[in-house]
Design a protein around this ligand. Structure first.
Ligand SMILES: O=C(O)c1ccc[n+]([C@@H]2O[C@H](COP(=O)([O-])O)[C@@H](O)[C@H]2O)c1
Ligand SMILES: Cc1cc2nc[nH]c2cc1C
Length: 345
């Protein structure tokens, strides 16, 4: 997209004019569903998923090129001792993804999903959100635009994942800014912060939101000040999918925080998205409820790296396959529900 005026202007315009669902494809899917060889409604949520795919892809439900995108970033706030792992682990895990050794690699192989990793200036952590903005407006907008390019190679279902030591602190700060409440409502263990480390994490989130408090009514300012590069890129990718008619599965606590920025800017902005899995991170369910969504899976995972979304992609693939592959009653010569058969004694 071309950048004109202030760096955020194009995103603000895009967020105001988001395309709606394709009602023709939605009606066609509802009609087809009625004819499939199953009792009406018997595929439960799989039917809803098929309708959602139709509405937001604009065609008969199909998942032929599912893709997991992992965005990786590093965070200045990590210097406060708020996470048990050093920021160098972000780069090391990026290498592990490339070598095929991470959990997400195995899930992608098991479910036949593509995987792309986008590492975002890992040697240059974002600003420490407790005392400065994470990103300049120019950097934030450029990173959102970069995220929009994640789908350039083509996909028909995007799973949004991330990797970034310290980013559950950033996600908690975003949620506190967007939704209020107490820092304790939004801060959880992340990779394993407990005791004094968890107290420092809570203090950092409080301090960050207090420091930026006069600038948090604008969701893009929340992203720029309290977010990070992978968070901005995820927001951009979700937005690009809306424009390109690509349904989206959102992963855990951090990916949901990125999505929440868009929802705060336009209440309809996440209608093309489902939450793949509710993380064990305690604030995740609360954040999902704020979005008015119901996660597809609850497996007690708290890994990130797109794993929850990727597992849910298996269900979405199955929903599309049922909808598009099943025979109709007429094709299979199966009798439809009609008048009740007289009761025989
Ligand atoms: O997405 C989640 O629900 C989630 C919950 C806990 C941890 N993570 C991952 O753990 C990393 C951030 O944890 P932390 O403790 O360093 O903030 C980052 O790489 C995330 O992908 C992710
Ligand atoms: C090892 C490790 C793997 C991860 N994957 C996503 N976040 C992660 C954080 C750590 C620490």
């Amino acid at each position: 997209m071309s950048m004109s005026g202030l760096p955020f202007d194009d995103f603000r315009a895009l967020l105001r004019e988001l395309p709606g669902p394709d009602t023709r494809a939605l009606v066609a899917a509802r009609e087809r569903d009625k004819q499939l060889t199953k009792p009406a409604g018997s595929l439960g949520r799989l039917e809803e998923i098929a309708f959602w795919l139709a509405a937001w892809s604009g065609r008969q439900p199909a998942v032929n090129r599912p893709l997991v995108a992992i965005f990786a970033g590093n965070h200045g706030v990590a210097r406060h001792g708020i996470t048990p792992y050093p920021p160098s682990v972000t780069q090391q895990m990026v290498e592990n993804f490339a070598a095929g050794g991470a959990a997400i690699n195995q899930i992608c192989a098991a479910y036949d999903l593509g995987l792309k990793i986008f590492d975002l200036a890992l040697d240059y952590p974002t600003g420490d959100i407790t005392s400065e903005a994470a990103l300049s407006e120019r950097d934030c907008a450029a990173t959102m635009a970069f995220g929009m390019e994640a789908i350039a190679g083509g996909t028909d279902l995007l799973c949004i994942g991330e990797m970034g030591i310290g980013n559950t602190t950033v996600a908690a700060a975003i949620n506190l800014a967007l939704y209020g409440g107490e820092a304790e409502d939004w801060v959880g263990p992340g990779t394993g912060s407990h005791g004094e480390m968890l107290e420092r994490k809570i203090a950092a989130v409080k301090q960050a939101v207090a420091f930026h408090k006069d600038h948090l009514s604008d969701p893009l300012e929340v992203l720029r000040r309290l977010g990070g590069r992978e968070v901005a890129a995820m927001a951009g990718a979700i937005l690009a999918c809306r424009v390109e008619k690509i349904p989206v599965l959102i992963d855990g606590y951090v990916a949901t925080a990125a999505a929440s920025i868009l929802k705060a800017a336009n209440p309809a902005a996440l209608d093309h998205c489902l939450i793949g899995h509710v993380s064990a991170e305690p604030g995740h369910l609360r954040a999902i409820e704020k979005l008015g969504k119901t996660p597809l899976l609850a497996l007690g995972m708290r890994l990130g790296e797109g794993t929850g979304a990727a597992l849910a992609a298996g269900i979405v693939k199955a929903a599309a396959a049922c909808h598009s592959g099943m025979a109709t009653f007429a094709q299979a010569g199966v009798t439809t529900a009609g008048q009740p058969v007289p009761h025989q004694h």
